[in-house]
Design a protein around this ligand. Structure first.
Ligand SMILES: Cc1cc2nc3c(=O)[nH]c(=O)nc-3n(C[C@H](O)[C@H](O)[C@H](O)COP(=O)(O)OP(=O)(O)OC[C@H]3O[C@@H](n4cnc5c(N)ncnc54)[C@H](O)[C@@H]3O)c2cc1C
Length: 157
């Protein structure tokens, strides 16, 4: 669907969702973009999630959730492209670690709990003796995170 770049676009919410949408619109030629929000960068309350986020690309897909895994694979490719080629996107590489408590107290033999090896680079399984107590498996990997400077980049437009 084509939307005219000349009309007013109103975005509800000044968190990472609203501000990323606003940045994308501004970068694509839309000039009349208004963000309407109760809370904005600089505010710190528990009603406003974005300032507290680690802002890392970490999958929450279950081993059998192929659809979400594919979405996450597209997302991480885009994060890596931004980290490698677009300095003003404020995305950087970062190391990650994930410890998982398997549902129902155990790992199912027919599920590949390490499916995320397809997603991340430098993926390494954490040996059982090095796991945090009460977790069933874990791994380390390289991922990407956004910097909260994304907020200040919006203010430059
Ligand atoms: C400690 C922590 C760590 C996290 N780490 C990660 C991570 O590593 N990776 C990751 O992907 N996610 C992470 N998350 C989750 C992520 O932070 C949220 O999914 C994301 O910030 C949500 O952004 P948002 O823009 O949708 O909402 P918010 O940042 O909550 O913004 C909501 C906006 O809507 C406005 N608003 C709401 N209702 C109204 C209203 N009625 N009138 C006017 N304005 C209104 C608010 O004022 C605000 O501007 C983390 C979350 C927490 C708490």
């Amino acid at each position: 669907m084509l939307i005219s770049t000349s009309g007013l676009i109103l975005i509800a919410g000044g968190g990472v969702t609203g501000l990323t949408t606003a940045i994308c619109l501004l970068k694509n030629g839309y000039r009349d973009v208004l963000v309407l929000a109760k809370l904005l960068p600089g505010d710190l309350t528990t009603e406003y999630t974005s300032p507290w986020a680690g802002a890392a690309m970490v999958t929450a897909a279950e081993p059998n959730d192929i659809r979400l895994q594919e979405m996450d694979m597209h997302s991480i490719k885009e994060f890596e492209r931004l980290a490698n080629t677009e300095a003003d996107a404020h995305v950087m590489h970062c190391p990650g670690v994930q410890y998982v408590q398997a549902p129902n107290g155990g790992m199912s033999p027919d599920e590949d709990v390490y499916w995320a090896r397809k997603l991340y680079s430098n993926f390494k399984v954490i040996p059982k003796e090095k796991l945090v107590s009460k977790t069933d498996y874990g791994y380390t990997f390289d991922s990407c995170k956004t910097l909260l400077l994304i907020f200040s980049s919006l203010l430059c437009y």
